[in-house]
Design a protein around this ligand. Structure first.
Ligand code: G1P
Ligand code: ZN
Length: 544
């Protein structure tokens, strides 16, 4: 089979963000755009000749076309084998599971996560290393440098591969194995959780649940695990068929985008447990009847109840949260006498801690929760963890959370997103805040006195790498915090995220609406950063 060397010129916008390279489909369809990036990945990697790569994606528009290009380039560059999920499908956590289970060289995941899909929407690509986790910054930066210098890429001339039949095919000297995208992942879940207890809960007649797959990748996984292996009633999985445009919906499991599920979970007759996952299956939202569990509380609660779950019953080595995630998990870690690490936003920062065995559970406020079972956050895993806890405790979700707050106190929390604001305005806002951090210490705003303000910098305790400028933190002396950072996953303009948090231990106020409890801090967050002046916005677009 003939290997072609294609002459190309660099693009200057291929720097991976918080989670890989994300752009509009139209950008990825620009001649050579995808191929340049893929060749840049291969140019950075070493010693992969004859080795195995895993490739799969969330099934969004352009997934199949991209896969065919990647297969032909992997063959031309000398990989020995590529494992592909049938139909080009692999959820992000399932890809991580497969990379680890078969000890492959690494993997390429095609996804723009929770961003909308379709010809006019988003596509994405990221490289994961042999540990199954997103490549660290050292590698993503090297890929970016390559992408600015690239002059040629290699590709074999061949017909497209059949992606829909399980089994092996040959592409030049390289084997292509189409695998069942679900079974390895589902088997792993059976190892971690008490499927017998969960099965009896689901068949008890007094418990029901709904899982909203949002027309995205987790549909087949949820159907196999919840309905087939655990015997949940047919119809438990909503919007279970992965669609290239997610049915026009925004596949982000939050109160704004999973409205039907939220409505289903409202009222006296609502199911006991509701959950949703995102485009590529790594996020989760947890609901009880008339009750929403914030991701930060969910993480803390999983840690506090880990002893009830077989895969974690032996205890947690430690835990970690991203900096803007609430401090609820810190309290649980203190009670358990284990370490709690604070990392920058993005799953890649958990990798070293997980690999070194320092942490077992970790999570982010952005609906991401996970453990050392893979090296990605894992939506369905979090749902099953909850289901396992519910099967043991046999209490409503709301009661479990209320008891948690009584025991540990509550970190009242909200995130306000200002989406699609001007990139210049947003960076000017961050820049002026950064310049002012030094002078904010000791200043009082109403009831709040600033104890410390800085731009978060993280030193990885395993490899000592330093990541700076990870978000402006304003820490108040009563434990409250305001954090500002710009999104690194958007594809249009800029998104300013403001994270607002305040500890509450007064039993009478534990159940108050967070937007009310935090009202003063919310208004302070706008005045301190002069949000209106820099963005022209008087209110956020999304509140979670
Ligand atoms: C967002 C979340 C972050 C998460 C990432 C990938 O990134 O805030 O926690 O790791 O998506 O799912 P951001 O857009 O804020 O850079
Ligand atoms: Zn995702």
């Amino acid at each position: 089979m003939e290997i072609q060397t294609i002459t190309t010129t660099p693009f200057d916008d291929q720097r991976p963000g918080t989670s890989g390279l994300r752009k509009k489909v139209k950008v990825f369809q620009t001649p050579h755009y995808l191929a340049n990036f893929v060749q840049s990945i291969f140019n950075v990697l070493e010693d992969y000749q004859g080795k195995t790569l895993v490739v799969g994606g969330d099934g969004r528009y352009y997934n199949r076309e991209a896969l065919q290009i990647i297969l032909k380039m992997a063959a031309a560059n000398g990989f020995g084998k590529v494992m592909v999920g049938r139909g080009g499908i692999l959820s992000t956590p399932a890809a991580s599971c497969v990379i680890r289970k078969y000890q492959t060289f690494g993997g390429i995941i095609l996804s723009a996560s929770h961003n909308p899909g379709g010809p006019d929407d988003d596509f994405g690509i990221k490289y994961n290393t042999a540990n199954g986790g997103p490549a660290p910054e050292k590698i993503t930066e090297a890929i970016y440098q390559q992408s600015r210098e690239i002059t040629q890429y290699l590709i074999v001339e061949a017909a497209d591969m059949d992606l829909d039949t399980i089994g092996e095919q040959q592409l030049g000297d390289m084997r292509v194995e189409i695998i069942d995208p679900v079974s390895d992942y589902a088997d792993m879940m059976e190892q971690l959780f008490d499927f017998d207890a969960m099965r009896s809960l689901l068949s008890s007649g007094s418990f029901s649940m709904r899982f909203d797959a949002m027309n995205a990748v987790t549909g087949p996984y949820a159907q196999e695990i919840l309905e087939t292996r655990l015997g949940a009633a047919a119809g438990t999985v909503l919007r279970g068929e992965p669609l290239p445009d997610f049915g026009g919906a925004h596949p982000d499991p939050n109160l704004a985008h999973a409205k039907e599920l939220v409505a289903t979970m409202t009222g006296a007759d609502a199911p006991d447990f509701g959950a949703a996952s995102d485009g590529d299956g790594d996020r989760n939202m947890i609901l009880g009847r008339d009750f929403y569990v914030t991701p930060s509380d969910s993480l803390a609660l999983l840690a506090a109840n880990a002893a009830l779950v077989p895969g974690y019953a032996e205890g947690l080595a430690g835990v970690a949260r991203s900096m803007p995630t609430s401090q609820a998990i810190d309290r649980v870690a203190a009670a358990l006498g284990i370490e709690c690490y604070e990392t920058p936003t993005g799953w890649k920062f958990f990798g070293n801690l997980l690999d070194a065995g320092r942490i077992t559970l970790c999570g982010e406020e952005s609906f991401g929760t996970g453990s050392d079972h893979v090296r990605e956050k894992d939506g369905l895993w979090a749902v099953l963890f909850w289901l396992n806890i519910l099967a043991v405790r046999k209490q409503p979700v709301a009661d479990i959370v209320h008891e948690h707050w009584k025991q540990y106190g509550r970190d009242v929390y909200t995130r306000h997103d200002y989406e699609g604001v001007s990139a210049d305005g947003a960076s000017a806002l961050m820049e002026q805040l950064r310049e002012r951090t030094g002078g904010l210490g000791g200043q009082s705003f109403g009831d709040y006195t600033v104890e410390l303000a800085d731009d978060f910098s993280y030193t990885d305790s395993v490899d000592n790498s330093v990541s700076s400028k990870q978000g402006i933190r304003i820490l108040f002396d009563n434990g409250a915090r305001i954090v500002y950072r710009l999104s690194g996953t958007g594809t249009e303009g800029a998104t300013l995220r403001v994270y607002i948090e305040q500890p509450e231990t007064d039993a009478d106020r534990l159940e108050h609406d967070p937007q009310e409890t935090l009202a003063e801090l919310i208004s302070l967050s706008a005045t301190i950063a002069e949000i209106e002046k820099f963005t022209g916005r008087t209110a956020p677009d999304v509140i979670t």
